[in-house]
Design a binder for this molecule. Structure first.
Ligand SMILES: *Cc1c(COP(=O)(O)O)cnc(C)c1O
Length: 396
């Protein structure tokens, strides 16, 4: 068998992630590999922690990338903060909240679920009522940007409620970080995790996390050891804290050196653009895409006040084969959009505008391609009008 180099096709990513990787990030990935204990690498790690504090808007010393994808960021928060027997309130309004519940169970905790409809934000009143009924809960977990439905929850209010009931919070910001306003310190979030491949325009495989001093006290004061050796923050810190943490950088695992160059570059780009400017860009582009999608006759499923700008979920029109449309978009236009998950499977498309994917040319490509494919599927979609509507928003 003759196997030669893998040459991937070039795609445009407008799904739930990954997002388009910025060329500067790709270039950074190709720089020479250094040893993970090399002093030059240590200096970059320190910068990376600073850059992540900027992105999360926090002064938490424990702010670093976990060497694994967003799901490992989730798992890091749960395995460190949940001990067997702990009661944890988990808000579920989509797929990722469901995974949080599964994490609690696997840590031996008891998950008390606050359930909300798919496509809606978490209802703060339901959280309040649940915490009143479960005064012994000490942890609340919820998703900021629910990528499976396109709903954005009010992290500030949910965190306030949790704190009033003497609970720490775990927040999933995988799709939120860099795309939606997020204030870790001002909102008092205790443990938060994100992903490199969504609004940060980096390749998949890294999970930035930030943990407050209060939450860290709970981790270091556990009565049982963290059941995961790899994700045990007590051990990981020996490597990531290094000299600034008063210690020597000790070998824990071999860091994914080049992947971290990529994240460093992505975050440098975020500081150049400015975090607030990035939030604003995601919102402005959402308005343009939305104007075009509505002109094509598509309906957004999330109520306006609860919509995520970086993930637009539209209902598949009746009589249209949703998978056939996605496959045409991919084969003819190299454009990837997302299918529905769980309850939404077969019923929606998820159109992402995350990070480097959130730019004018992608919006126009998506509307032109989708309009054309919908017409071929027998829909009356006015592609020209959709492009005009989007362009009108883009030039505002
Ligand atoms: C993508 C995503 C994850 C999982 O991240 P992976 O990098 O795929 O492991 C978790 N939560 C949310 C909200 C996500 O969008």
């Amino acid at each position: 068998m003759q196997i030669s180099s893998f040459q991937p096709p070039v795609r445009t990513f407008m799904g739930p992630g990954p997002a388009d990787v910025h060329p500067r990030v790709s270039a950074a990935l190709a720089r020479p590999t250094v040893g993970h204990l090399d002093p030059a690498f240590g200096a970059m790690m320190e910068e990376l922690k600073c850059l992540l504090r900027y992105a999360f808007r926090t002064d938490n010393p424990l702010t670093m990338p976990v060497s694994a994808p967003g799901s490992a960021g989730m798992e890091t928060c749960f395995v460190n903060l949940v001990e067997p027997g702990d009661k944890v309130v988990v808000c579920i309004n989509g797929v990722f909240g469901g995974r949080m519940r599964e994490n609690v169970r696997r840590c031996g905790g008891e998950a008390v679920v606050v359930e909300d409809e798919w496509g809606r934000a978490v209802d703060p009143q339901k959280l309040e009522d649940t915490l009143k009924a479960h005064a012994d809960a000490r942890l609340v977990a919820f998703v900021h940007a629910e990528t499976s439905t396109g709903a954005c929850s009010d992290v500030k209010t949910l965190t306030e409620i949790a704190h009033r009931h003497d609970c720490l919070t775990i927040v999933d910001a995988v799709t939120a970080l860099g795309g939606s306003p997020l204030e870790v310190d001002a909102w008092g979030i205790d443990a938060i995790y994100a992903g490199s491949q969504k609004c940060l325009s980096c390749t998949p495989g890294l999970a930035p996390i930030s943990v407050s001093e209060r939450a860290l006290t709970k981790v270091t004061g556990r009565s049982t050891p963290v059941q995961s050796w790899f994700l045990d923050l007590n051990l990981v810190l020996g490597y990531w804290q290094g000299p600034t943490g008063g210690g020597k950088r000790a070998y824990h695992h071999t860091a994914p050196v080049n992947a971290l160059y990529g994240l460093h570059e992505a975050l440098v780009m975020l500081t150049e653009e400015g975090l607030e400017a990035a939030w604003e860009r995601h919102y402005r582009h959402h308005l343009a895409l939305r104007a075009g999608l509505e002109t094509l006759g598509l309906e957004l499923v999330v109520p306006e006040a609860e919509r995520l700008p970086q993930l637009n979920v539209v209902a598949v029109p009746g009589g249209v084969d949703e998978a056939a449309v996605r496959s045409r978009l991919l084969s003819t236009y190299g454009l990837e959009i997302g299918a529905g998950l769980g309850t939404f499977a077969g019923k929606v498309w998820r159109i992402g505008l995350m990070g480097y994917s959130s730019r004018a040319e992608n919006i126009l490509l998506c509307l032109a391609a989708l309009g054309s494919v919908l017409n071929d599927a027998g829909q009356q979609a006015d592609t020209g009008a959709a492009l005009t509507a989007a362009q009108a928003m883009l030039s505002q």
